[in-house]
Ligand binder design. Structure first.
Ligand code: NAD
Length: 385
């Protein structure tokens, strides 16, 4: 059995954004090698996560330049993102392609994978179950994002997060308001608390209030009626009336905060806009807002995807690709997710990937197979688009 790891920095740089993560580390290459799997790593694949070709080789990988012959003989192509079209065209039918394939927003890419007879496994579609936790790339990357967003905000804030009492005066602790207390939001709360800030948080799913409080944060209570969550634990979209009530209720919390971090997402849809320019104008000049969703539409009106903007004298950070800022940690976690995923399903003699649609993880995450799109949620989303 053969797995190929791409150098995604090389490809993504052509598109403007340079991917710094990689789908394998020398440690995961070592684990694959020990169970008898051949790993090809494209030259310099780990360079931006600070892993060298010689470390991959020492762990058992063969470092290669891509050729039709090598790409055509692999059973699995493991990526961080989607592979580029040229690489797809070199793969043999039925190769398994794994990555953040962004299926709801990249229908033409997914159709291309299906038309090329490839088996595509989208890590975003891995269910949020206990069994799947070790392969849950959304969670691993969101945890790091939560940490990175606080560190970025702290760097731009013209003050400090902890209280400081000195003979020269007392600085009050910064007020941090986190909107959306999922995986990233909870990590942001924990990080801001560790740095000494006063933390307030809000989420439309009231079940998370207890988790916020267990991290030392306060939960903002707003009565907007029934909100609930999907069977997978994701937030449901609010009505226009609920959105208005919420925006009004959050105005004061935002206006009195030094840092606001927005992490509100709706699975498979554009994120909701939560902060208007008018609300930004209520904040103290120099305050900082971090818009986690900036690259996918934005929680903050006017935030610029991939950039840091000043709006109404507030610094609005929309840089995105948060986990990449700590590329080695992000690669370590993602590579473990990929190893755990493959290790769960590779077995037999000779070794092979056991593809069973009776398995709940594969039923949900395998989105193309045998020339077709196989995921019902996705088929419905494409039909209604
Ligand atoms: P997410 O990225 O989809 O959204 C982030 C948060 O934003 C969510 O908590 C959501 O409720 C909230 N949100 C959405 N709209 C909002 C609004 N208008 N205002 C305020 N908040 C809003 O969420 P996620 O971090 O991917 O987590 C989704 C779910 O999956 C959660 O229930 C989480 O606990 C669960 N989860 C389970 C596992 C597991 O069991 N293995 C692992 C990870 C996550």
């Amino acid at each position: 059995m053969k797995i190929l790891i791409l150098n995604e920095a090389k490809r993504s740089s052509m598109l403007g954004h340079v991917e710094r993560r990689c789908a394998a580390t020398p440690a995961t290459v070592g684990k694959f090698s020990r169970i008898g799997i051949t790993i090809y790593v494209e030259r310099d694949a780990g360079l931006l996560s600070h892993y060298t070709d010689s470390e991959y080789e020492a762990a058992g990988a063969t470092v290669v330049a891509l050729s039709d012959e090598i790409v055509g003989e692999v059973d699995v192509l493991a990526c961080v993102n989607s592979p580029d079209e040229k690489t797809i065209s070199m793969l043999s039918a039925s190769t398994i392609v794994i990555g953040h394939l962004d299926p709801f927003f990249q229908p033409s890419m997914i159709n291309k994978l299906a038309a090329s007879n490839l088996t595509a496994l989208s890590v975003e579609m891995i269910p949020r179950s206990s069994r799947a936790q070790k392969m849950d790339a959304l969670s691993s990357q969101a945890s790091l994002a939560g940490y990175v967003m606080v560190m970025k905000a702290a760097n731009y804030l013209p003050s400090i997060l902890p209280m400081m009492m000195t003979p020269s005066g007392t600085i009050k602790p910064a007020k941090v308001f986190v909107i959306g207390a999922g995986v990233a939001g909870l990590q942001a709360i924990a990080t801001a608390k560790r740095l000494g800030a006063n933390v307030l948080a809000y989420d439309t799913r009231p079940v998370v209030a207890e988790q916020v409080e267990s991290l030392g944060g306060k939960f903002l209570k707003v009565d907007i009626g029934e909100t609930g969550q999907t069977k997978d634990g994701y937030a449901k979209e609010l009505t226009d009336e609920q959105k208005r009530t919420l925006a009004e209720a959050q105005k004061e919390a935002i206006a009195t905060s030094d840092i606001v971090i927005t992490t509100a997402q709706l699975f498979g849809r554009k994120p909701p806009v939560l902060i208007s320019k008018e609300t930004l104008s209520l904040m103290k000049p120099g305050s900082v807002v971090v818009d986690m969703a900036a690259l996918s539409g934005g929680n903050v009106e006017g935030s610029e995807p991939g950039k840091i903007a000043v709006i109404e004298q507030v610094t609005v950070i929309g840089s995105g690709n948060w986990s990449e800022e700590v590329s080695r940690a992000a690669t370590d976690m993602y590579a473990n997710n990929i190893f755990n995923l493959l290790d769960e399903f590779i077995s037999g003699e000779p070794l092979h990937f056991e593809l069973s649609f009776d398995d709940e993880i594969l039923a949900s995450s395998v989105i193309t197979h045998d020339g077709k799109i196989t995921n019902e949620t996705l088929i419905k989303a494409y039909e209604s688009a």
